[in-house]
Design a protein around this ligand. Structure first.
Ligand code: CA
Length: 221
């Protein structure tokens, strides 16, 4: 899961970025509405965390504009204002959920997971596909009932493929779900992670679609 955090308060942003990364999520942080728009138009994200008080534009007006432009990603609004009108206005502007500052990091993670589940049309945490089972919250993966230990990257890759439900993902889309801007990507890294996943979960689990990308294999799962 790749998260875009739009928050100008350095201390809060730092805490959220570190906390979400510790939970195994890939997160990019931007501090202005302009940077947010540029990032959303160039990078694949799964969910957005939006602070309402941004230096260059009110977060609600940014959200309204993004929604009008067709941006369908789930958005969780962070707000220090606890007036009921603000929450209602935020939800009307197109937010899917909101959290009042200060908040507990575990609650933030749980709500992000819930937003993604809703977006994917699922109501339970566990993703099951044939003999494969993934608990996205604990990160536990099992195959035919046997627990399989995956690295953080392998887990992110598997989650991205499972969320796509058989759709083909390009190498760039997969890399976006694995790495944030602050990380160096070695040219062969994606191939290496896919190789490891196939070794651990069975060669047929990820299908290579030549010249296009990869997808979770329905036939072999
Ligand atoms: Ca702010």
């Amino acid at each position: 899961m790749r998260v875009l955090l739009i928050e100008d308060d350095e201390l809060i942003a730092h805490g959220i970025l570190a906390g979400l990364r510790a939970h195994g999520l890939t997160v990019d942080g931007v501090t202005t509405a302009a940077q947010a728009e540029a990032t959303l138009s160039s990078v694949h994200c799964d969910v957005v965390i939006l602070d309402l008080g941004l230096p260059d534009e009110d977060g609600m007006s940014l959200l309204r504009r993004l929604r009008r432009g067709g941006m369908a990603l789930p958005v969780l609004v962070l707000t220090a204002r606890d007036a009921v009108e603000d929450r209602v206005a935020g939800l009307r502007a197109g937010a899917d959920d909101y959290l009042l500052k200060p908040f507990d990091l575990n609650e933030l993670v749980a709500r992000l997971q819930a937003l993604l589940r809703r977006a994917a049309g699922r109501s339970v945490d566990i993703i099951e596909h044939g003999p494969l089972r993934l608990d996205p919250v604990s990160g536990e993966v099992s195959l035919n009932g046997q627990v399989v230990i995956l690295s953080r990257r392998e887990l992110a890759l598997l989650a991205a493929l499972l969320h796509a439900r058989g759709r083909i993902l390009s190498p760039d889309q997969l890399k976006d779900s694995l790495y944030d801007f602050s990380e160096e990507i070695e040219s062969n890294a994606l191939n290496v992670h896919i190789h490891h996943l196939r070794r651990k979960l069975g060669a047929g689990i990820i299908e290579t679609v030549r010249g296009v990308g990869y997808r979770f294999s329905v036939v072999n799962a």
